[in-house]
Design a protein around this ligand. Structure first.
Ligand code: FES
Length: 133
């Protein structure tokens, strides 16, 4: 059973904005897209930029360091398809915003499936993200 942690209060993150929260030691970028919250790992897989500090336009956040764009609803990188960030499940309980302690999806298994399930040479970076090599 998935465990959740309380990370923010409803109303603290205005629509069209995001912030970085701490989910039991994991930095997570939490965004409000038209009243619906979405959460992805805060660390950009390019060079570890803080995605929670990026500018949100619709459902796309732009990394503040080199402007790579990520869909906050899927974790997909729109600039470099080999990059992806983990997503976290978000729940609202009264005035509390809760995040799943663990990511919803694992980048490595999704890439393997996307590439037909065959042998894939993957490199998992120290920041928890993976890239196809
Ligand atoms: S660190 Fe995010 S685009 Fe370079």
């Amino acid at each position: 059973m998935r465990r959740f942690v309380n990370v923010a209060r409803v109303g603290n993150i205005e629509p069209g904005t995001g912030e970085t929260v701490n989910a039991n030691g994991t930095p997570v970028a939490l965004f409000n897209v038209d009243g619906v919250y979405h959460a992805i790992h805060n660390t950009c897989p390019h060079e570890d930029g803080p995605l929670g500090e990026g500018e949100l336009s619709g459902r796309v956040v732009t990394c503040p360091w080199h402007a790579y764009e990520f869909d906050v609803t899927s974790g997909e990188c729109l600039t470099e398809p080999a990059y992806r960030v983990d997503r976290f499940e978000v729940r609202v309980d009264g005035d509390d915003i809760l995040l799943s302690e663990r990511a919803v999806d694992d980048c490595m298994s999704r890439w393997t499936a996307a590439l037909g399930g065959g042998p894939v040479d993957l490199l998992r970076k120290g920041n928890g993200h993976a890239t196809v090599e």
